[in-house]
Design a protein around this ligand. Structure first.
Ligand code: NDP
Length: 448
């Protein structure tokens, strides 16, 4: 059996066993199809059933999360944790609180995380979790009670050497703080290495808040540099207005680009003079408001209802930083027609498989999520190191390490693409580079 036949056989099995899990199946398809040449080079991987094992989570936990709202009503949400692969280190990956969360979404995120974490060069395996709880519009008390109930079950399954969750959509410093406080109470011990994204006063790392957005920009700049270009003077459109989008905007602006648009799930703003980030930070980080409130700060800006329209804005560089599935084939075609030269993914799987084909077929430089947004988890691993050593590095120290990691992720991915005869295909290169390390570790550890 050659590499392609093996991949197609496993894909068919995965789709039969996980029918209806669209996001998970898309993620598996995207990774597996680019790995076929690896199996031609390493037939021993086929014999060892490597793919059959890698597509199956080592463990999957689903649990009830009951809590009481401010009016005394009992609410019940669903909690998830998928411990996907621990070949190279403890499971590591964020928690997402969003009403759309289900098993398929958590599995797709956990699967991607295996290869992303491997690419960082740090010893972390892949996992992901979350809940269909929506923190939007809830009081601090409600969010706290939910987080405590969530942790009352999750604490049995996590630990600094087994599984280390962090934030993702809907889970920021507030939620991590509530969850860590309750974990500490249940365990009766200080164990800061069990969660990352903590506050600076209790074991958090400088730069973690900025890491995914900054890392995305370091990666994008490196990819552009390798293609004789740079962000300086470029017009940039960024979707979302959460953690990743805000810090991507900050770093891109520092490097001389002009970010002209941001969005949330209701709509987008366009400011031809460049986004006023102080206003956005106040709206999103302090007031927890909507992006259309930007007009109260900059009346000359434009607000448009509906978030997909953001991709019709003419730009040199597009950075999707909101959520999965935000760029479909039609949006990708519009970006290409408008002359966009670079797309790099801050969000996880924001471009559909068809959209990626459009980018790759039209010479757009494409930075896939698992490489481009790995800065957050890389910095989380640096937070774990500091917790183990019981010390704190300066902002500059962590930022420099982050920059080195992102440059290295780009060069590993570019090198792997070239080695397999697909120079410039960073999607394929990052899949192969991320997979190789995990595959070697799994081969060494036997059938487990
Ligand atoms: P936040 O919760 O801070 O922000 C998410 C942003 O995306 C908000 O502006 C939100 O708008 C918007 N959004 C969420 N869901 C939708 C939707 N269905 N349609 C349109 N807009 C939506 O999350 P993060 O910034 O942390 O995460 C953004 C992306 O980056 C996610 O894909 C996440 O997995 C990925 N990521 C995050 C990392 C991190 O360190 N935080 C690390 C690596 C990847 P609204 O407020 O209206 O919901």
């Amino acid at each position: 059996m050659n590499g392609r036949e093996y991949v197609l056989k496993v894909l068919e099995e995965v789709s039969n066993r996980n029918s209806g899990e669209k996001e998970f199946l898309d993620a598996v398809k995207e990774v597996l199809l680019s790995l076929a040449p690896v199996f031609d080079k390493h037939p021993e991987y086929i014999e060892a059933g490597l793919l059959e094992r890698i597509v199956e989570p080592e463990r999957q936990i689903m649990f009830r999360v009951p809590w009481v709202d401010d009016n005394g009503n009992v609410k019940v949400n669903r909690g998830f944790r998928v411990q996907f692969n621990s070949a190279i280190g403890p499971y590591k990956g964020g928690l997402r609180f969003h009403p759309t969360v289900n098993a398929s979404i958590i599995k797709f995120l956990g699967f991607e995380q295996i290869f992303k974490n491997s690419l960082t060069g740090l010893p972390i395996g892949g996992g992901k979790g979350g809940s269909d709880f929506d923190p939007k519009g809830k009081s601090n008390g409600e969010v706290m009670r939910f987080c405590q109930s969530f942790m009352a079950e999750l604490y049995r399954h996590i630990g600094q050497d087994t599984d280390v969750p962090a934030g993702d959509i809907g889970v920021g410093g507030r939620e991590i703080g509530y969850m860590y406080g309750y974990y500490k109470k249940l365990r009766g011990a200080n164990d800061p290495g069990v969660l990352t994204g903590k506050g600076l006063t209790y074991g958090g790392s400088l730069t973690r808040t900025e890491a995914t957005g900054y890392g995305l920009i370091y990666f994008t700049e490196e990819m552009m540099k390798d293609n004789n270009s740079s962000l300086a003077g470029k017009i940039v459109v960024i979707s979302g207005s959460g953690n990743v989008a805000i810090y991507a905007t900050k770093k891109a602006t520092e490097l001389g680009a002009k970010v002209v648009a941001l969005s949330d799930s209701n709509g987008y703003i366009y400011d031809e003079n460049g986004i006023n980030l102080d206003a956005v930070k106040e709206i999103k980080e302090v007031k927890r408001g909507r992006i259309k409130d930007y007009l109260n700060y900059v009346p000359s800006a434009k607000y448009v209802e509906g978030c997909r329209g953001i991709w019709t804005i003419k730009c040199d560089v597009a950075l999707p930083c909101a959520t999965q599935g935000e760029i479909d084939e039609a949006s990708a075609k519009i970006l290409v027609e408008n002359g966009t030269k670079v797309v790099a993914e801050g969000a996880n799987m924001p471009s559909s498989l068809e959209a990626i084909k459009v980018f790759q077929g039209n010479g757009v430089l494409f930075g896939p999520a698992k490489a481009a947004n790995a800065g957050g988890v890389a910095c989380s691993a640096l937070e774990m190191s500091q917790n183990s050593m019981r010390l704190s590095w300066t902002f500059e120290e962590v930022d420099n390490k982050l920059k080195d990691i992102m440059v290295n992720i780009y060069s590993q991915s570019a090198k792997a693409a070239k080695e397999y005869g697909e120079e410039g295909n960073i999607l394929m290169g990052s899949n192969i580079a991320g997979f190789n390390k995990v595959a070697e570790a799994m081969m060494a550890q036997g059938i487990v």
